[in-house]
Design a protein around this ligand. Structure first.
Ligand code: SAH
Ligand code: SF4
Length: 417
């Protein structure tokens, strides 16, 4: 193979990921007026073009100039697609350097916004999940629709598929450094941070696939895929601003989940534009938490909760506490009592997540009756508590199951491309 001379211009430079100020700088460097940057910004984020040719507001010569300089839109590529029986889709997204992450599409929502007291409440009725169903793998509204003869082919728009809304679960890093013992992503270790463009680009790619009209279709975003967003804080927050100002998704429809990175939570409290917060509590005391989340040795529960209490909450905003139930480890009644003491006086809701198994991880799922008792105790203690519906377990798309090689591991055949 003959390897040609490397020149900088051969490397594709992604426009997707640049904010308006950066695009303005680029236009100025090319001797263009600032309004050209605004046109490019609109085309990339609002219209979600996938190639420079489609930016018809720019003169052809300028597009050629950009192209000659190595610039392209540069969205992540959907390298593989797996579709679950419940309508969930898992995508392997390939970045320019060949690294891959996973992104998940969950029509009907995944309950990430459940119990937030907003207008979403009435939509949530269908999401409420019994403990037995959660352990068994979840009641599937997709299956129900199918049984009712209202099934639609996949890959359609929300309306074509008969869904009212969808949630997109986004990755923030390639792998993760946090090493939670119950999580499959942890097995990858950390490979690198994603850039803001790569984070927001996952959203644009999925919106394009389903031909979503932001503003008309109801889309929620959860930063709950691979990685720890608060260990990639600046790029994560930049992606949020691109998604709000550019793509047009309101921040009230976004939730970021953190394993408890104290400096990140403190910085987050001071952000003018920010998603809602979810904290992966996962245990009711530091001893148990340190066993399953070693990061607890760095920042204890009390410190995390103190920082969370300082976040100025907006109208109708609640902080979500995620709690992965591991059979025999953190699912006893005494743990529920401790959780109630921890959350006393906070505008908090709890999302119970039945642990999703993964190869090589030695935990057990909780007994359905223990899940039910846990939920009941929290509710009776005055905390809104929901059991999160597991989505796409059959395609390894559920919480904590995201790992690049898993389709092969599980012998699943990816379909589509
Ligand atoms: N890194 C961030 C966000 C991604 S993980 C965080 O940890 O918060 C999203 C959620 O999935 C977290 O609440 C995490 O505790 C949970 N999770 C991880 N592995 C899981 C598994 N195997 N089963 C169920 N939930 C899991
Ligand atoms: Fe990382 Fe979150 Fe998995 Fe922990 S649960 S290893 S923080 S992705």
């Amino acid at each position: 193979m003959i390897v040609g001379q490397y020149t900088e211009a051969m490397e594709k430079r992604a426009l997707f990921g640049l904010n308006l100020a950066e695009l303005t700088g680029l236009m100025e460097a090319l001797g263009q007026k600032p309004y050209r940057a605004r046109q490019l910004f609109e085309a990339i984020y609002r219209q979600r073009v996938t190639s420079l040719d489609a930016v018809t507001t720019l003169p052809e010569r300028l597009r050629e100039q950009l192209s000659a300089g190595g610039w392209d839109v540069g969205l992540p590529v959907m390298a593989q697609t797996a579709v679950s029986v419940d309508g969930t889709e898992r995508y392997l997204m390939r970045m320019a350097d060949g690294e891959t992450v996973e992104t998940v599409w969950m029509p009907d929502g995944d309950g990430g916004e459940r119990g937030d007291g907003s207008e979403a409440a009435e939509e949530e009725a269908g999401e409420v999940q019994s403990a037995a169903e959660a352990v068994a793998g979840g009641k599937s509204s997709f299956w129900e629709r199918r049984a009712n003869g209202r099934d639609r082919p996949n890959f359609g728009t929300l309306a074509e598929m008969g869904f009212r809304r969808a949630t997109i679960c986004i990755s923030s890093q390639v792998g993760c450094a946090v090493n939670c013992q119950f999580c499959l992503t942890a097995k990858l270790g950390i490979r690198r941070n994603l850039t803001a463009g790569e984070i927001a680009g996952q959203v644009a790619a999925v919106l394009n696939r389903h031909r979503i009209q932001v503003g008309k279709d109801r889309i929620n975003l959860v930063f709950m895929g691979m990685g720890e967003p608060f260990l990639n804080y600046d790029e994560f927050m930049k992606s949020v601003r691109l998604l709000v100002e550019g793509v047009g998704v309101p921040e009230s429809r976004m939730t970021v989940s953190t394993s408890g990175i104290l400096p990140g939570i403190e910085a987050f409290a001071g952000e003018a534009v920010r998603p809602k917060l979810a904290l992966s509590l996962n245990a009711s005391n530091d001893q148990v938490r340190a066993q399953i989340m070693p990061i607890t040795r760095k920042w204890e529960i009390a410190q995390l909760l103190e920082a969370v209490r300082k976040i100025p909450l907006r109208t109708r905003e609640w902080v979500t506490f995620e709690y992965v139930l591991l059979g025999g480890v953190n699912d006893r009644p005494q743990h529920a009592r401790e959780v109630l003491r921890l959350l006393a006086g906070m505008r908090a809701k709890v999302n119970l997540i039945v642990w999703n198994p993964g190869p090589g991880i030695d935990y057990h799922q909780p007994e359905p009756k223990d899940v039910a008792v846990f939920q009941k105790m929290l509710i009776e203690g005055g905390v809104a508590t929901y059991i999160r519906r597991p989505r796409g377990r059959d395609i390894y798309a559920a919480c904590g199951q995201l790992k690049r090689t898993v389709a092969e591991d599980a012998g699943l055949v990816a379909i589509g491309s």
